[in-house]
Design a binder for this molecule. Structure first.
Ligand code: ADP
Ligand code: MG
Length: 257
């Protein structure tokens, strides 16, 4: 059974009289422990799919199941114990006047965890930040360190599913590789399930076992990592996406590792 099952998801935004049909009947299923990618050009609806899963975008139709159970809005605190999201921009996602300690302690307090001190310490260690970072403010951290704090915050409730929205695209290439390696290691150690959105096919080829290609709110094609690496695309849109981005990026990535 899939740990996450998205069936015929539709999302429509209303801007006054205008309607934006951002997601048009998207379905996919992610297995326990799998890393599943969503790729597509800017505006294709990738972020909206993730946001709809965790209740941040309006689901106008479709069913989302976690562990076989259909999600009903508003989402419960049990859902957020199980599913957490990491956003693209680590500058926007951390409150500028909250210390790292507060960022990490608050979810623990809200969800009634005991032993908070130790959990915060461990969370920082787990993402490669020591005790010295605990009482810093976001402006005292680099972009990569901020994203590590955001990952620590997402993991502190010990969820089983992480939704990752372009988690490294705001970072320099060398820092990108470090954060991706961290995410990869954490998934292995904890048996986490990832859904990772990226416009960068080489990132998805590195991180994900299967992926969904989106265009204009539609699911164009589902592929395995092997299909992607061998450039075995069925749909003309995917073929053009591959030839536009993968060759050049794949070479560039090897140099930075
Ligand atoms: P991607 O992540 O693939 O770049 P998005 O999911 O962010 O794409 O956006 C898909 C479409 O939905 C775009 O046309 C975007 O302008 C629109 N959209 C996203 N969020 C909102 C919103 N809150 N209100 C109105 N339109 C939105
Ligand atoms: Mg996006």
């Amino acid at each position: 059974m899939a740990i996450l099952d998205v069936e015929n998801l539709e999302v429509t935004f209303s801007k006054g009289a205008e309607k934006v049909h951002a997601v048009r009947g998207v379905s996919f299923a992610v297995k326990q422990g799998e890393s599943y990618g969503i790729v597509g050009e800017s505006g294709s609806g990738k972020s909206t799919v993730l946001r709809a899963i965790c209740g941040l975008a309006p689901r106008t139709a479709g069913t989302i199941r976690v562990d076989g159970e259909a999600l009903i809005l508003p989402l419960t605190s049990a859902f957020y114990r199980q599913v957490q999201m990491v956003f693209q921009d680590p500058y926007a996602s951390l409150h500028p006047r909250h210390t790292v300690d507060r960022v990490l302690s608050e979810p623990l307090a809200i969800h009634g965890f005991d032993d908070r001190e130790n959990r915060v310490d461990r969370a920082l260690e787990d993402v490669g930040l020591g005790q010295g970072f605990r009482f810093r403010y976001p402006h005292q951290l680099s972009g990569g360190q901020r994203q590590r704090v955001a990952i620590a915050r997402a993991l502190i409730l010990e969820p089983s599913i992480l939704l990752l929205d372009e988690p490294t695209s705001a970072l320099d290439a060398s820092i990108q590789a470090e954060v991706l390696n961290l995410l990869d290691r954490l998934r292995g150690e904890r048996g986490l399930t990832y859904v990772m959105v990226s416009h960068d096919l080489s990132v998805v080829a590195h991180m994900c076992e299967r992926l969904l290609v989106m265009q204009h709110g539609l699911a164009v094609e589902e592929m395995t990592r092997e299909d992607l690496q061998a450039r075995r695309a069925k749909e003309p849109y995917t073929q053009s996406l591959l030839s536009a981005t993968l060759g050049y990026r794949a070479d560039e990535k090897e140099k930075t590792e």
